[in-house]
Ligand binder design. Structure first.
Ligand code: F6P
Length: 480
């Protein structure tokens, strides 16, 4: 790469791209124009254009569950089979949001896990500057008494709204936490706690009703919206409460702008396609097993777990659509840390370790241009430069080999719109990789066995099972 930059003063302008509020500099990659051309040809051979249309047109792209993945329809309500439904339910949701924003609630507790947690957590953290001043947000995801007690210590029951968010309404952690919280609230505010202080977001209305939720307190997320793609639905309720309906509309519009770009741009000028192909390039041609997400913005710190679920739950697969074992690698391990912190933890390995690990640096332009903003920008760029150029040294332990790839994604401020664009960018990147790898990016069968084993282990803890392999461990745990 050092040589490529030295020989080509135009490299930055040829390998960078502006789409609306997002700018991508992908010049620090091991590639030439020909590499990009060949990768684009490969995408064509995988019928990527048709597959993109199939996604947007609501074909059953989730082949194991025989359903579409129509998260894009949640941000384009103009002309599709589900738009009437989406428009009607969003109107009902917005009405509720406006009531809450002008009502007595001051504390909002989101109870949910996975996609029913990470999207709301990440976006409400990212867009705090756009928050309504009166609401405080809390998140309960895992089953952990210490965490739950900590949240309860902060809230005032009389002015707290609980959002029980679970697409399936069968997720053990969420249902247990909901049960504990309902009991706690009934003790605090009386028997009308559920009807006055709880709402549910789910695709299983019947299950929520069976748990005491009235129909008008249930907001839908549909079967055709995957959990990790659900922030655009009522799962985004905490975000809508925080930034208001207009702010949420801008968030949706940002994603829609990226959808339009993805659908319309040629592959070699298509931001999600380019990021996806470069990812495939490193995963399958250079055996890169990991990929770093490095947001240089504390506001974007939860983007890392969000993208871990988005990417690894989508493409962490080992069989093809035809149910055959794949002879090549799929999703890399996604990890990261916000800002300069990463430089002081694992960047040593990125610069001098034995593995090739590409990095996405995500930077945010600040309107103020403070000294801290400049230092953040310069820190990220110096890391990207050092990874690319390396440094020769007489002593081996001080030599940095360089030639290590990275992308720089620059957001034109952190706004609902630019965040919407960024999330849609990664959704589509992941989709394209799923197409190239020929995997179903929209199921997650791998998590099922653990869910099934949980009740069995619980009964053994209660002395009802007798799996000899677990006896020793259970005795240790019980201290018996
Ligand atoms: O981790 C498995 C999973 O099914 C995720 O795909 C999902 O986001 C999460 O559990 C929570 O599921 P639910 O919203 O149905 O509670």
């Amino acid at each position: 790469m050092r040589d490529m930059f030295a020989q080509d003063s135009d490299r930055f302008s040829r390998f960078s791209l502006q789409v609306d509020d997002l700018f991508l500099d992908y010049s620090r990659n091991r590639m030439t124009d020909q590499t990009i051309q060949l990768l684009c040809n490969m995408a064509q051979q995988h019928n990527l254009s048709q597959r993109i249309e199939a996604l947007f047109n609501g074909e059953a792209v989730n082949t194991t569950e025989h359903r579409p993945a129509l998260h894009t329809a949640l941000r384009d309500t103009n002309q599709n089979a589900v738009s009437d439904l989406v428009v009607a339910e969003r109107a009902r949701l917005y009405e509720f949001v406006n009531e809450v924003r002008h009502g007595k609630f001051r504390h909002i507790v989101n109870v949910g896990i996975g996609g029913s947690y990470l999207g709301p957590l990440m976006t409400t953290h990212a867009l705090k500057e756009f928050a309504s001043p009166n609401l405080n947000f809390y998140f309960i995801s895992c089953v952990d008494k210490a965490h739950l007690d900590e949240v309860l210590a902060h809230i005032d029951p009389e002015t707290t709204l609980f959002i029980i968010s679970s697409k399936s309404f069968t997720t053990f952690e969420t249902l247990l936490n909901a049960q504990i919280l309902k009991r706690w609230m009934e003790e605090k505010v009386g028997k009308n706690a559920v009807s006055n202080h709880f709402v549910a977001v789910t695709s299983a209305k019947d299950k929520a009703q069976a748990q005491g939720f009235a129909a008008e307190r249930i907001f839908p997320v549909w079967e055709w919206v995957g959990g990790r793609y659900s922030i655009w639905s009522a799962i985004g309720l905490p975000l809508i409460l925080m930034i208001g309906t207009q702010g949420f509309d801008e968030f949706l519009a940002g994603a829609r702008a990226m959808d339009e770009h993805f659908r319309g741009a040629d592959f070699d000028k298509n931001m999600p396609v380019l990021l996806a192909l470069l990812g495939v390039w490193y995963t399958n041609f250079f055996e890169a097993g990991a990929h770093v997400i490095a947001p240089y913005s504390q506001r974007l710190r939860y983007l890392i777990p969000y993208l871990q679920q988005a990417d690894m739950e989508s493409n962490g697969k080992r069989v093809s659509h035809q149910r055959e074992l794949l002879p090549y690698q799929t999703s890399p391990v996604i990890f990261g840390e916000a800002g300069c912190n990463a430089q002081h933890t694992y960047h040593q390995l990125l610069h001098q370790g034995t593995r090739l690990i590409p990095v996405d640096f995500i930077l945010v332009k600040s309107p103020e241009n403070t000294q801290q903003d400049d230092v953040l920008f310069a820190s990220a760029v110096s890391q990207a430069q050092a990874l690319m150029s390396g440094e020769a040294h007489a002593e081996a332990h001080r030599t940095l080999p360089g030639n290590r790839p990275s992308n720089i994604i620059l957001l034109n401020q952190l706004t609902p719109r630019s965040l919407g664009m960024l999330l849609a960018l990664y959704e589509h990147k992941i989709f394209v990789q799923g197409v190239i790898w020929n995997v179903n990016s929209f199921d997650q069968w791998g998590v099922e066995l653990g869910k099934q084993l949980l009740p069995r282990i619980l009964s053994q803890l209660e002395g009802k099972g007798d799996d000899p392999a677990l006896m020793g461990l259970i005795k240790q745990y019980r201290g018996t």
